[in-house]
Design a binder for this molecule. Structure first.
Ligand SMILES: [Zn+2]
Length: 250
């Protein structure tokens, strides 16, 4: 029998931006505040964190001037508040990708095994020009995580029973999404391949992507495999919620 997971949304900061930045020019001129999401998940045995928010709010403001973070939104503190886990108790950290608002809290989880796609790891140390402002080596280099705690994945991988990652390139070439079996169906923690649920449900790309065709293929994979989605910056989900946005079959 497959393991059933519980997945909780944990807010680790916020960004103020033009709505159209997430929905391909749709909503231009409308300023909105959106959360930065991590997720805390457990099967009753393992403690898993997906994405870890911001390391240094001032550094992050270089790429996202409207960003904000309260002290209790620093990932380790936010996880403690949401599910009561101390950082040393976390078994697994999955980075959907290594942008600085998704890997910034990695260093806090000293006993965790870290999972990232090999392609993402390689590009994070050698980003192309438009991606460079979003990478901050101090989130994932030897100062943050012992090299031997990293697992470099090459494609779709089962991490534990009921927990898989699938490749969802487009936002970055090595982007992946975490898929959890839950009693309600499969929950996809999508990182930034979907900033908001409208990307997958409306088949509408976010503005920050480097591969257009791959982005739409990734949406298709999510629709194929997931019933619910926690997108990286979806404003329609409450902090601490276990209820996510239904994925609409195309
Ligand atoms: Zn990103």
């Amino acid at each position: 029998m497959r393991k059933q997971w519980t997945v909780k949304a944990v807010q680790v900061g916020s960004i103020t931006l033009d709505r159209s930045a997430m929905t391909h020019f749709k909503g231009k001129g409308e300023r909105i505040v959106v959360p930065i999401w991590s997720a805390a998940a457990t099967d009753g045995e393992h403690k898993v964190v997906v994405d870890t928010g911001i390391r240094d709010i001032d550094f992050y403001k270089i790429s996202e001037p409207g960003a904000g973070q309260t002290p209790d939104q620093i990932c380790a503190a936010a996880i403690k508040k949401a599910v009561g886990w101390n950082p040393d108790e976390v078994d697994i950290v999955i980075n959907t990708h290594l942008h600085c608002d998704h890997s910034g809290g990695n260093a806090a989880f000293k006993n965790a095994e870290f999972y990232v796609q090999k392609t993402e790891w390689e590009e994070a140390f050698n980003p192309i020009v438009p991606e460079a402002p979003f990478y901050d080596k101090l989130c994932y280099d030897k100062h943050a995580v012992n090299f031997f705690q990293w697992h470099f994945l090459e494609g779709d991988t089962e991490i534990l029973p009921g927990l898989r990652v699938i490749t969802t390139p487009g936002h970055t070439r090595g982007h992946q999404s975490a898929m959890f079996d839950t009693t309600k169906g499969v929950v996809c923690v999508s990182g930034d391949i979907c900033n908001v649920a409208e990307n997958v449900n409306g088949n509408l790309e976010p503005n920050i992507i480097i591969q257009v065709t791959k982005t739409y293929e990734s949406f298709k994979r999510i629709r194929q495999f997931a019933d619910f989605i926690l997108p990286g910056h979806e404003p329609g989900i409450e902090d601490g919620s276990e209820d996510f946005i239904p994925v609409i079959d195309a």
